[in-house]
Design a binder for this molecule. Structure first.
Ligand code: NAD
Length: 486
């Protein structure tokens, strides 16, 4: 396999970033960084200790209480975010290589990561006028008015998973920074390196010391940050069980929390759907990033009248996607990000076969080094099968059959999750009608993408609160009303 030469000295010295400088961790514990395409360990980072966590939080608290950042205007902070976007784009290639090497996302996916993150930073910067607009509201009875202030909430804990390590951190970091907060970031243990380019970009853009801090480690480090008495808000993306645990801790501590969790989304194919058009967006909407994307619609609900045709199209489209070296620009499907995720997905495939699902393509792990599972399409899946109910987080699509549109909507809503969804139809009116009845945070009509300007979040077991847009920015604000006589 081709591996670009990476000039990343810190992959082995692997310091933490605290109070504006890279510094060694207090302890000696280290976590390996594994290339999932080969199974080889190629770097390591510190497994931060309690002392490291305390140092990072202390830096964020000091920068919040007495540093310049929260006292600058939103417009001034927006200028820094714009510079940071440029700095990130300068590092696009190394960031992409590092990301691909730590989680196996195809290079075609990660080569857009810096530009996407820069787009988020630029969009969030454009919200500065909203943040600083004077907001004075008269008392309805007259005689007095209220000045509504949008204060930064305080030092924030930002915790991300491994599937999109840049995007899912920057969507937290950008609004936190614009709001005037300081942060401690904790990336997932398997993807602790690509995020360092974001730290470098922040420093190069002039973000003051202590505003952005980075610690690495596993769940215990995340938990220590969440429970730390001096952190003021938690923004988390990850699995539903961990989200519940963090939500419970934040409830106990009365700490505001945003939770972006798992999903099990459905694509409802209406009878009039154009299957060629659906094929063109299928990988992105149902198997993006080798199926390791939270919102993808991995349950395809096909009308009985066109069931065989839909199964045939989905099978042919997935079979045509090249699987292999994630550094090959033509690769559509890479490995799973970790050995344990590969084992989880294989377990789902074995369970589906035992429950009577029919494999039309794929169906097994790939022999050899690396954590590859064949992109798989399962037909004859029924709503009660485990693979139809639980999040697989791997390259597995299930095709279910429905009789009436009412049945399809009921089936789509019969899940504990509520994150994404899709409707495929030639009729915009019919599609909108169905989309409106899906009990989920986002629905796409004939395509799916997230819009930096619109809220993105999950209902039910898929989370609490939203990211993106002014709604996402509001999660980093603490509102204050100052009443005065007029
Ligand atoms: P995970 O929950 O295992 O870990 C996520 C992060 O939480 C990691 O950084 C981990 O170290 C940390 N963590 C683990 N235990 C913790 C604890 N007790 N306290 C604090 N932090 C802790 O998730 P994962 O396996 O890395 O990611 C996959 C999951 O993320 C999937 O369920 C996927 O659907 C979800 N996800 C959701 C979205 C969304 O926007 N809704 C986006 C991407 C991924």
């Amino acid at each position: 396999m081709t591996r670009p030469a990476l000039d990343l000295p810190w992959t082995h010295v692997g310091d933490l970033y605290v109070d504006g400088a890279w510094r060694p961790a207090h302890g000696t514990g280290r976590l390996p960084v594994v290339d999932p395409a080969t199974g080889e360990t190629w770097g390591s980072v510190p497994d931060a200790s309690r002392e490291d966590v305390d140092d990072a939080v202390a830096a964020a608290v000091a920068a919040f209480r007495s540093g310049p950042w929260p006292r600058t205007s939103p417009s001034e902070r927006a200028e820094v975010l714009l510079r940071m976007a440029d700095e990130l784009e300068k590092r696009a290639e190394q960031l992409s290589w590092t990301n691909t090497r730590e989680n196996g996302s195809p290079i075609a996916e990660t080569s857009g990561a810096a530009a996407n993150a820069a787009g988020i930073l630029r969009h969030v910067a454009s919200l500065a006028p909203w943040l600083e607009a004077e907001d004075v509201r008269p008392f309805p009875a007259g005689g007095a008015e209220t000045v509504v202030r949008r204060d930064p909430v305080g030092p924030c804990v930002l915790i991300a998973p491994w599937n999109f390590p840049i995007n899912l951190m920057v969507i937290k970091l950008a609004p936190a920074l614009l709001a005037g907060c300081t942060v401690v970031m904790k990336p997932a243990e398997s993807t602790p390196l690509s995020i360092r380019f974001v730290v470098e970009a922040a420093a190069a853009a002039g973000v003051p010391a202590g505003v952005v801090n980075l610690v690495t480690g596993g769940g215990a480090v995340g938990e220590a940050l969440v429970r730390h008495p001096d952190t003021a808000k938690v923004a988390f993306t990850g699995s539903t069980p961990v989200g519940r645990r963090i939500g419970a801790a934040c409830g106990e501590l009365l700490k505001p929390v945003t939770l972006e969790l798992g999903g099990k989304s459905s694509a409802i194919v209406l009878e009039d759907a154009d299957l060629d058009a659906m094929a063109a967006v299928l990988v992105r909407s149902s198997m993006r990033n080798t199926g390791q994307t939270c919102y993808i619609s991995t349950r395809i609900l096909a009308p009985a009248s066109r069931y065989d045709e839909v199964v045939e199209m989905v099978t042919a489209t997935i079979a045509a996607g090249k699987q292999g070296d994630p550094f090959d620009p033509d690769t559509v499907f890479g490995p799973l990000a970790t050995r344990s995720q590969r084992d989880v997905v294989v377990g789902f495939l074995e369970g589906a076969a035992a429950e009577g699902a029919r494999v039309t393509v794929g169906g097994a792990a790939v022999d050899g080094p690396g954590f590859f599972v064949q992109p798989t399409v399962l037909a004859d899946v029924t709503p009660s099968m485990t693979v139809a109910r639980e999040e697989v987080f791997g390259p597995v699509i299930s095709v279910l059959r429905y009789d009436t549109v009412e049945d399809a909507i009921a089936l789509a809503n019969d899940t504990s999750f509520g994150l994404g969804g899709l409707v495929f139809s030639a009729s915009p009116e019919r599609a909108l009608e169905v989309a409106e009845r899906m009990d989920t945070g986002s629905v796409g009509i004939n395509f799916f993408a997230s819009n930096h300007a619109a809220p993105f979040g999950g209902r039910h077991d898929s989370g609490l609160g939203v990211e993106y847009g002014v709604e996402g920015l509001s999660a980093y604000l603490s509102f204050k009303s100052i009443h005065r006589k007029v």
